[in-house]
Design a protein around this ligand. Structure first.
Ligand code: AMP
Ligand code: GLY
Length: 421
Protein backbone atom coordinates (compact mmCIF):
# COMPACT_ATOMS: atom_id res chain seq x y z
CA UNK A 1 0.00 0.00 0.00
CA UNK A 2 0.94 3.62 -0.52
CA UNK A 3 0.10 6.01 2.30
CA UNK A 4 0.28 9.76 2.43
CA UNK A 5 0.48 11.55 5.80
CA UNK A 6 -0.45 15.21 5.92
CA UNK A 7 1.31 17.57 8.35
CA UNK A 8 4.77 18.49 9.59
CA UNK A 9 4.80 18.09 13.37
CA UNK A 10 6.34 15.54 15.70
CA UNK A 11 2.88 13.94 15.74
CA UNK A 12 3.17 13.29 12.01
CA UNK A 13 6.73 11.95 12.36
CA UNK A 14 5.40 9.56 15.03
CA UNK A 15 2.53 8.53 12.74
CA UNK A 16 4.87 7.87 9.81
CA UNK A 17 7.23 5.95 12.16
CA UNK A 18 4.34 3.75 13.34
CA UNK A 19 2.86 3.30 9.85
CA UNK A 20 6.28 2.22 8.60
CA UNK A 21 6.17 -0.74 11.01
CA UNK A 22 3.12 -2.09 9.15
CA UNK A 23 3.62 -5.13 6.94
CA UNK A 24 1.15 -3.66 4.46
CA UNK A 25 3.26 -0.65 3.55
CA UNK A 26 5.31 -0.24 0.39
CA UNK A 27 5.63 3.53 0.21
CA UNK A 28 4.96 6.45 2.58
CA UNK A 29 4.75 10.09 1.57
CA UNK A 30 4.65 13.08 3.92
CA UNK A 31 3.16 16.43 2.89
CA UNK A 32 5.04 18.63 3.59
CA UNK A 33 6.78 16.51 6.25
CA UNK A 34 9.92 17.48 8.15
CA UNK A 35 13.47 16.27 8.83
CA UNK A 36 12.13 13.18 10.63
CA UNK A 37 9.76 12.05 7.90
CA UNK A 38 12.47 12.82 5.30
CA UNK A 39 14.59 10.03 6.80
CA UNK A 40 11.89 7.34 6.71
CA UNK A 41 9.45 8.49 3.99
CA UNK A 42 9.34 10.75 0.96
CA UNK A 43 8.52 14.38 1.61
CA UNK A 44 6.44 16.28 -0.91
CA UNK A 45 6.80 20.01 -0.76
CA UNK A 46 3.18 21.16 -0.79
CA UNK A 47 1.44 23.23 1.86
CA UNK A 48 -0.95 21.17 3.97
CA UNK A 49 -3.55 23.90 3.38
CA UNK A 50 -3.37 23.61 -0.42
CA UNK A 51 -6.24 21.16 -0.64
CA UNK A 52 -6.59 21.14 -4.45
CA UNK A 53 -2.88 20.43 -4.98
CA UNK A 54 -2.92 17.62 -2.39
CA UNK A 55 -5.94 15.92 -3.97
CA UNK A 56 -4.26 16.16 -7.39
CA UNK A 57 -0.99 14.72 -6.01
CA UNK A 58 -2.75 11.87 -4.21
CA UNK A 59 -4.49 10.91 -7.46
CA UNK A 60 -1.28 11.13 -9.46
CA UNK A 61 0.55 8.87 -6.98
CA UNK A 62 -2.40 6.44 -6.71
CA UNK A 63 -2.38 6.77 -2.91
CA UNK A 64 -4.32 4.01 -1.12
CA UNK A 65 -4.92 5.99 2.07
CA UNK A 66 -4.42 9.60 3.17
CA UNK A 67 -3.97 10.25 6.90
CA UNK A 68 -4.68 13.82 8.00
CA UNK A 69 -2.64 15.08 10.95
CA UNK A 70 -3.61 18.71 11.74
CA UNK A 71 -6.99 20.37 12.25
CA UNK A 72 -6.80 23.15 9.64
CA UNK A 73 -7.12 20.92 6.54
CA UNK A 74 -9.92 18.96 8.27
CA UNK A 75 -11.82 22.17 8.96
CA UNK A 76 -11.18 23.23 5.34
CA UNK A 77 -12.88 20.04 4.10
CA UNK A 78 -9.94 18.05 2.76
CA UNK A 79 -11.62 14.76 3.69
CA UNK A 80 -14.74 15.64 1.70
CA UNK A 81 -12.64 16.57 -1.33
CA UNK A 82 -10.49 13.44 -1.19
CA UNK A 83 -13.60 11.29 -0.82
CA UNK A 84 -15.20 13.03 -3.80
CA UNK A 85 -12.06 12.18 -5.79
CA UNK A 86 -12.39 8.52 -4.74
CA UNK A 87 -9.31 8.51 -2.49
CA UNK A 88 -9.68 6.70 0.86
CA UNK A 89 -8.92 9.02 3.76
CA UNK A 90 -8.55 8.67 7.52
CA UNK A 91 -10.18 11.64 9.27
CA UNK A 92 -13.57 13.31 9.76
CA UNK A 93 -15.45 15.33 7.14
CA UNK A 94 -15.68 19.09 7.43
CA UNK A 95 -19.13 18.82 9.05
CA UNK A 96 -17.91 16.23 11.56
CA UNK A 97 -14.71 18.16 12.30
CA UNK A 98 -16.92 20.93 13.70
CA UNK A 99 -16.54 19.08 17.00
CA UNK A 100 -13.15 20.80 17.07
CA UNK A 101 -13.58 23.76 14.72
CA UNK A 102 -16.63 25.14 16.58
CA UNK A 103 -16.82 25.09 20.35
CA UNK A 104 -20.43 26.33 20.06
CA UNK A 105 -21.30 23.30 17.89
CA UNK A 106 -19.72 20.90 20.38
CA UNK A 107 -21.29 22.61 23.41
CA UNK A 108 -24.78 22.44 21.84
CA UNK A 109 -24.26 18.77 21.02
CA UNK A 110 -23.06 17.96 24.55
CA UNK A 111 -25.96 19.82 26.15
CA UNK A 112 -28.55 18.22 23.88
CA UNK A 113 -27.25 14.72 24.56
CA UNK A 114 -26.42 15.02 28.25
CA UNK A 115 -22.66 14.69 27.78
CA UNK A 116 -20.95 16.13 30.89
CA UNK A 117 -19.34 19.56 30.34
CA UNK A 118 -19.01 22.92 32.12
CA UNK A 119 -22.18 24.96 32.63
CA UNK A 120 -22.11 27.99 30.38
CA UNK A 121 -23.60 29.88 27.43
CA UNK A 122 -22.59 31.17 24.05
CA UNK A 123 -23.12 34.65 22.64
CA UNK A 124 -23.07 36.29 19.23
CA UNK A 125 -23.61 39.78 20.64
CA UNK A 126 -20.76 41.56 22.42
CA UNK A 127 -22.84 43.64 24.84
CA UNK A 128 -24.98 40.65 25.89
CA UNK A 129 -21.81 38.63 26.46
CA UNK A 130 -20.32 41.48 28.45
CA UNK A 131 -23.27 41.86 30.80
CA UNK A 132 -23.47 38.06 31.35
CA UNK A 133 -19.74 37.96 32.06
CA UNK A 134 -19.91 40.87 34.53
CA UNK A 135 -22.41 38.96 36.65
CA UNK A 136 -20.53 35.63 36.40
CA UNK A 137 -18.73 34.28 39.46
CA UNK A 138 -14.94 33.97 39.42
CA UNK A 139 -12.92 32.15 38.25
CA UNK A 140 -14.47 32.15 34.79
CA UNK A 141 -13.58 30.77 31.37
CA UNK A 142 -13.89 32.76 28.11
CA UNK A 143 -13.50 30.88 24.81
CA UNK A 144 -13.50 31.90 21.17
CA UNK A 145 -15.78 29.63 19.12
CA UNK A 146 -13.42 28.79 16.27
CA UNK A 147 -9.88 27.54 15.72
CA UNK A 148 -7.35 29.77 17.45
CA UNK A 149 -4.19 27.62 17.50
CA UNK A 150 -4.73 26.77 21.17
CA UNK A 151 -4.79 30.45 22.18
CA UNK A 152 -8.53 31.11 22.21
CA UNK A 153 -9.20 30.11 25.84
CA UNK A 154 -8.76 32.32 28.91
CA UNK A 155 -9.20 30.84 32.39
CA UNK A 156 -8.99 33.62 34.96
CA UNK A 157 -9.68 34.77 38.48
CA UNK A 158 -9.73 38.41 37.41
CA UNK A 159 -12.84 40.07 35.97
CA UNK A 160 -10.60 42.66 34.34
CA UNK A 161 -8.69 39.93 32.45
CA UNK A 162 -11.91 38.13 31.53
CA UNK A 163 -13.36 41.35 30.08
CA UNK A 164 -10.11 41.96 28.20
CA UNK A 165 -10.26 38.44 26.75
CA UNK A 166 -13.85 38.99 25.65
CA UNK A 167 -12.90 42.32 24.13
CA UNK A 168 -9.97 40.90 22.18
CA UNK A 169 -12.10 38.02 20.83
CA UNK A 170 -15.26 39.98 19.88
CA UNK A 171 -14.11 43.58 19.42
CA UNK A 172 -10.42 43.63 18.44
CA UNK A 173 -11.00 40.34 16.62
CA UNK A 174 -7.55 38.91 17.27
CA UNK A 175 -8.77 35.49 16.05
CA UNK A 176 -10.76 36.88 13.09
CA UNK A 177 -14.05 35.07 12.41
CA UNK A 178 -13.16 32.45 15.05
CA UNK A 179 -14.36 35.18 17.42
CA UNK A 180 -17.81 35.70 15.84
CA UNK A 181 -19.18 33.78 18.79
CA UNK A 182 -17.88 33.43 22.30
CA UNK A 183 -18.51 30.97 25.12
CA UNK A 184 -18.54 31.95 28.77
CA UNK A 185 -18.49 29.03 31.15
CA UNK A 186 -17.77 27.94 34.71
CA UNK A 187 -14.25 26.97 35.69
CA UNK A 188 -13.91 23.27 36.45
CA UNK A 189 -11.37 21.87 38.88
CA UNK A 190 -9.52 18.58 38.58
CA UNK A 191 -6.72 16.69 36.88
CA UNK A 192 -6.68 16.85 33.11
CA UNK A 193 -6.31 13.87 30.83
CA UNK A 194 -6.57 13.22 27.12
CA UNK A 195 -8.44 10.13 26.03
CA UNK A 196 -8.35 9.55 22.29
CA UNK A 197 -10.43 6.95 20.48
CA UNK A 198 -10.46 5.36 17.05
CA UNK A 199 -13.96 5.40 15.59
CA UNK A 200 -15.62 4.32 12.38
CA UNK A 201 -18.76 6.31 13.11
CA UNK A 202 -20.47 3.49 15.07
CA UNK A 203 -17.87 1.66 17.12
CA UNK A 204 -15.33 3.56 19.21
CA UNK A 205 -12.22 2.03 20.78
CA UNK A 206 -10.28 4.19 23.25
CA UNK A 207 -6.49 4.39 23.08
CA UNK A 208 -4.36 4.41 26.23
CA UNK A 209 -4.77 7.66 28.22
CA UNK A 210 -2.16 10.43 28.21
CA UNK A 211 -1.44 13.81 29.79
CA UNK A 212 0.08 16.82 28.11
CA UNK A 213 1.82 19.93 29.45
CA UNK A 214 0.71 23.17 27.82
CA UNK A 215 2.74 25.80 29.70
CA UNK A 216 6.27 26.60 28.62
CA UNK A 217 8.05 26.41 32.00
CA UNK A 218 8.34 23.94 34.86
CA UNK A 219 5.56 23.95 37.48
CA UNK A 220 3.15 25.07 34.74
CA UNK A 221 4.50 28.60 34.68
CA UNK A 222 4.73 30.96 31.73
CA UNK A 223 2.52 31.24 28.65
CA UNK A 224 0.71 28.43 26.83
CA UNK A 225 2.43 26.60 24.00
CA UNK A 226 1.50 23.95 21.46
CA UNK A 227 2.58 21.41 24.13
CA UNK A 228 5.90 20.87 25.92
CA UNK A 229 5.65 17.20 26.81
CA UNK A 230 3.38 14.25 27.48
CA UNK A 231 3.27 10.87 29.13
CA UNK A 232 1.20 7.73 29.19
CA UNK A 233 -0.37 6.27 31.28
CA UNK A 234 -1.33 8.69 34.08
CA UNK A 235 -1.32 6.88 37.43
CA UNK A 236 -4.48 8.65 38.62
CA UNK A 237 -6.48 7.19 35.73
CA UNK A 238 -8.08 4.03 37.14
CA UNK A 239 -8.37 0.79 35.20
CA UNK A 240 -12.13 1.14 34.65
CA UNK A 241 -12.05 4.88 33.86
CA UNK A 242 -11.56 4.35 30.15
CA UNK A 243 -14.72 2.24 29.95
CA UNK A 244 -16.60 4.83 32.02
CA UNK A 245 -15.58 7.65 29.66
CA UNK A 246 -16.41 5.50 26.64
CA UNK A 247 -19.92 4.99 28.03
CA UNK A 248 -20.58 8.54 29.29
CA UNK A 249 -18.72 10.65 26.73
CA UNK A 250 -17.21 8.98 23.67
CA UNK A 251 -19.97 6.62 22.55
CA UNK A 252 -22.75 9.21 23.19
CA UNK A 253 -20.74 11.72 21.12
CA UNK A 254 -20.31 9.29 18.22
CA UNK A 255 -23.99 8.30 18.37
CA UNK A 256 -25.07 11.95 18.51
CA UNK A 257 -22.92 12.81 15.50
CA UNK A 258 -24.44 9.96 13.50
CA UNK A 259 -28.00 11.00 14.46
CA UNK A 260 -27.08 14.60 13.64
CA UNK A 261 -26.36 13.56 10.03
CA UNK A 262 -22.65 14.29 10.52
CA UNK A 263 -21.17 10.81 11.17
CA UNK A 264 -17.71 11.00 12.70
CA UNK A 265 -14.80 8.82 11.53
CA UNK A 266 -11.13 8.93 12.43
CA UNK A 267 -9.68 9.82 15.82
CA UNK A 268 -11.87 11.55 18.37
CA UNK A 269 -9.76 13.33 20.97
CA UNK A 270 -11.51 14.11 24.23
CA UNK A 271 -9.79 16.59 26.55
CA UNK A 272 -11.24 15.80 29.97
CA UNK A 273 -11.06 17.12 33.49
CA UNK A 274 -11.60 14.69 36.36
CA UNK A 275 -13.91 16.70 38.63
CA UNK A 276 -15.45 15.62 41.94
CA UNK A 277 -18.62 14.94 39.90
CA UNK A 278 -16.75 12.72 37.43
CA UNK A 279 -14.97 13.28 34.10
CA UNK A 280 -16.19 16.27 32.08
CA UNK A 281 -15.30 17.38 28.56
CA UNK A 282 -13.09 20.47 28.19
CA UNK A 283 -12.68 20.13 24.45
CA UNK A 284 -12.84 17.81 21.52
CA UNK A 285 -10.20 17.61 18.86
CA UNK A 286 -10.88 15.96 15.53
CA UNK A 287 -7.45 14.33 15.24
CA UNK A 288 -4.49 12.83 17.07
CA UNK A 289 -3.18 15.13 19.83
CA UNK A 290 0.27 16.65 19.79
CA UNK A 291 2.36 15.88 21.91
CA UNK A 292 0.15 13.02 23.26
CA UNK A 293 0.59 10.95 20.11
CA UNK A 294 4.35 10.79 20.64
CA UNK A 295 3.73 9.07 24.01
CA UNK A 296 0.78 6.92 22.87
CA UNK A 297 1.96 5.33 19.62
CA UNK A 298 5.10 3.69 21.10
CA UNK A 299 2.65 1.69 23.26
CA UNK A 300 0.53 0.43 20.33
CA UNK A 301 1.11 -3.24 19.47
CA UNK A 302 -1.55 -3.68 16.77
CA UNK A 303 -0.73 -2.73 13.17
CA UNK A 304 -1.93 0.89 12.91
CA UNK A 305 -2.72 0.54 9.21
CA UNK A 306 -5.11 -2.34 9.98
CA UNK A 307 -6.86 -0.06 12.47
CA UNK A 308 -7.02 2.84 10.02
CA UNK A 309 -8.47 0.61 7.30
CA UNK A 310 -11.08 -0.73 9.75
CA UNK A 311 -12.03 2.89 10.55
CA UNK A 312 -12.36 3.80 6.88
CA UNK A 313 -14.22 0.59 5.97
CA UNK A 314 -16.56 0.63 8.97
CA UNK A 315 -15.35 -2.65 10.46
CA UNK A 316 -13.81 -1.43 13.72
CA UNK A 317 -16.13 -3.75 15.69
CA UNK A 318 -14.00 -6.63 14.38
CA UNK A 319 -10.72 -5.14 15.64
CA UNK A 320 -8.96 -6.09 18.83
CA UNK A 321 -6.49 -3.31 19.59
CA UNK A 322 -3.55 -4.29 21.79
CA UNK A 323 -1.25 -2.04 23.84
CA UNK A 324 1.89 -2.83 25.76
CA UNK A 325 2.17 -2.14 29.49
CA UNK A 326 5.16 0.17 29.13
CA UNK A 327 5.24 3.74 30.35
CA UNK A 328 6.21 6.38 27.81
CA UNK A 329 7.43 9.94 28.35
CA UNK A 330 7.93 12.56 25.62
CA UNK A 331 9.80 15.83 26.22
CA UNK A 332 9.60 18.64 23.68
CA UNK A 333 12.75 20.67 22.87
CA UNK A 334 11.94 24.18 21.71
CA UNK A 335 13.83 27.07 20.11
CA UNK A 336 15.20 29.81 22.39
CA UNK A 337 12.45 32.38 22.90
CA UNK A 338 9.53 30.08 22.00
CA UNK A 339 6.53 30.59 22.40
CA UNK A 340 7.58 34.21 21.76
CA UNK A 341 10.00 35.27 19.00
CA UNK A 342 12.78 32.84 18.10
CA UNK A 343 15.43 32.30 15.45
CA UNK A 344 15.77 29.23 13.21
CA UNK A 345 18.51 27.65 11.11
CA UNK A 346 20.67 26.22 13.92
CA UNK A 347 22.22 22.78 13.37
CA UNK A 348 20.73 19.98 15.50
CA UNK A 349 23.12 17.34 16.77
CA UNK A 350 22.03 13.94 18.04
CA UNK A 351 24.80 11.82 19.48
CA UNK A 352 24.94 8.14 18.65
CA UNK A 353 24.88 7.40 22.38
CA UNK A 354 21.07 7.30 22.59
CA UNK A 355 19.75 4.32 24.54
CA UNK A 356 17.52 1.70 23.00
CA UNK A 357 13.82 2.62 23.34
CA UNK A 358 14.63 6.31 22.88
CA UNK A 359 13.23 8.01 19.78
CA UNK A 360 13.58 11.54 18.48
CA UNK A 361 10.44 12.74 16.70
CA UNK A 362 11.16 15.88 14.71
CA UNK A 363 8.78 18.82 14.29
CA UNK A 364 10.20 22.25 13.29
CA UNK A 365 13.34 20.79 11.75
CA UNK A 366 14.43 20.48 8.12
CA UNK A 367 16.92 18.20 6.48
CA UNK A 368 19.34 19.86 4.07
CA UNK A 369 20.70 18.26 0.90
CA UNK A 370 23.99 17.52 2.69
CA UNK A 371 22.09 15.60 5.40
CA UNK A 372 22.45 18.26 8.07
CA UNK A 373 19.33 18.93 10.15
CA UNK A 374 18.50 22.55 11.00
CA UNK A 375 15.94 24.04 13.36
CA UNK A 376 12.94 25.36 11.45
CA UNK A 377 10.24 26.19 13.98
CA UNK A 378 9.31 26.85 17.61
CA UNK A 379 8.81 23.32 18.82
CA UNK A 380 11.74 21.54 17.22
CA UNK A 381 11.48 17.89 18.32
CA UNK A 382 10.16 15.48 20.94
CA UNK A 383 12.50 13.02 22.64
CA UNK A 384 10.54 9.97 23.87
CA UNK A 385 11.56 7.02 25.97
CA UNK A 386 9.71 3.92 27.09
CA UNK A 387 10.34 1.84 30.19
CA UNK A 388 8.75 -0.82 32.34
CA UNK A 389 7.79 1.88 34.86
CA UNK A 390 7.17 5.61 34.61
CA UNK A 391 10.32 6.22 36.65
CA UNK A 392 12.40 4.17 34.23
CA UNK A 393 10.92 5.96 31.19
CA UNK A 394 11.36 9.38 32.78
CA UNK A 395 14.94 8.74 33.92
CA UNK A 396 15.76 7.45 30.45
CA UNK A 397 14.32 10.43 28.60
CA UNK A 398 16.22 12.95 30.75
CA UNK A 399 19.45 10.91 30.65
CA UNK A 400 19.26 10.94 26.85
CA UNK A 401 17.96 14.40 26.09
CA UNK A 402 21.38 15.89 26.92
CA UNK A 403 22.69 14.08 23.84
CA UNK A 404 20.38 16.16 21.63
CA UNK A 405 21.48 19.75 21.11
CA UNK A 406 20.99 22.98 19.21
CA UNK A 407 21.80 26.58 20.05
CA UNK A 408 19.30 28.15 22.45
CA UNK A 409 17.30 24.95 23.02
CA UNK A 410 15.09 24.68 26.09
CA UNK A 411 12.78 22.03 27.53
CA UNK A 412 10.81 21.31 30.68
CA UNK A 413 12.54 19.27 33.36
CA UNK A 414 9.34 18.16 35.12
CA UNK A 415 7.47 16.09 32.54
CA UNK A 416 5.82 13.15 34.38
CA UNK A 417 7.54 14.16 37.65
CA UNK A 418 4.18 14.18 39.48
CA UNK A 419 3.93 10.44 38.68
CA UNK A 420 7.20 9.46 40.32
CA UNK A 421 7.58 11.76 43.36
P1 AMP B 1 -9.53 24.03 25.39
O1 AMP B 1 -8.83 24.54 24.17
O2 AMP B 1 -11.01 24.25 25.36
O3 AMP B 1 -9.14 22.65 25.79
O4 AMP B 1 -8.93 24.86 26.59
C1 AMP B 1 -7.55 24.91 26.82
C2 AMP B 1 -7.26 24.67 28.27
O5 AMP B 1 -8.01 25.61 29.07
C3 AMP B 1 -7.70 23.30 28.78
O6 AMP B 1 -6.75 22.32 28.55
C4 AMP B 1 -7.88 23.58 30.24
O7 AMP B 1 -6.65 23.57 30.92
C5 AMP B 1 -8.42 24.97 30.26
N1 AMP B 1 -9.90 25.00 30.32
C6 AMP B 1 -10.77 25.04 29.27
N2 AMP B 1 -12.04 25.06 29.71
C7 AMP B 1 -11.97 25.02 31.06
C8 AMP B 1 -12.97 25.00 32.10
N3 AMP B 1 -14.27 25.06 31.83
N4 AMP B 1 -12.54 24.94 33.37
C9 AMP B 1 -11.21 24.91 33.67
N5 AMP B 1 -10.25 24.92 32.74
C10 AMP B 1 -10.61 24.97 31.45
N1 GLY C 1 -2.40 18.42 23.01
C1 GLY C 1 -3.49 19.21 22.60
C2 GLY C 1 -3.78 19.18 21.17
O1 GLY C 1 -3.30 18.36 20.42
O2 GLY C 1 -4.55 20.02 20.73
Amino acid sequence: MKLLVLGNGAREHALVWKIKQSVRIKEIYAVPGNAGTASIARNINLSSSDVDAIVKKAKELAIDLVVVGPEAPLAAGIVDQLQAAGIPVFGPTKAAAQLESSKVFSRELMQKHGIPCAAGRYFTDYSEAKSFLKSHKLPVVVKADGLAAGKGVTVTNSMEDALKALDSIMETRVFGTAGDRVIIEECLVGKEVSLLAFTDGETAIPMVPACDYKRVFDRDEGPNTGGMGSYSPPGFFGADMSQHILTTVIQPTIDAMRKNGTPYKGVLYTGLIMTAKGPMVLEYNARFGDPETQAILPRLKTDIVDIMLAVVNGSLNKMNIQWNNDACVGVVMASGGYPGKYKTGFPITVSNKLDKDVTVFYAGAKKMDDGQILTDGGRVLTVTATGKTMKEARDKVYRNIVHVNFEGCHYRKDIASREVN
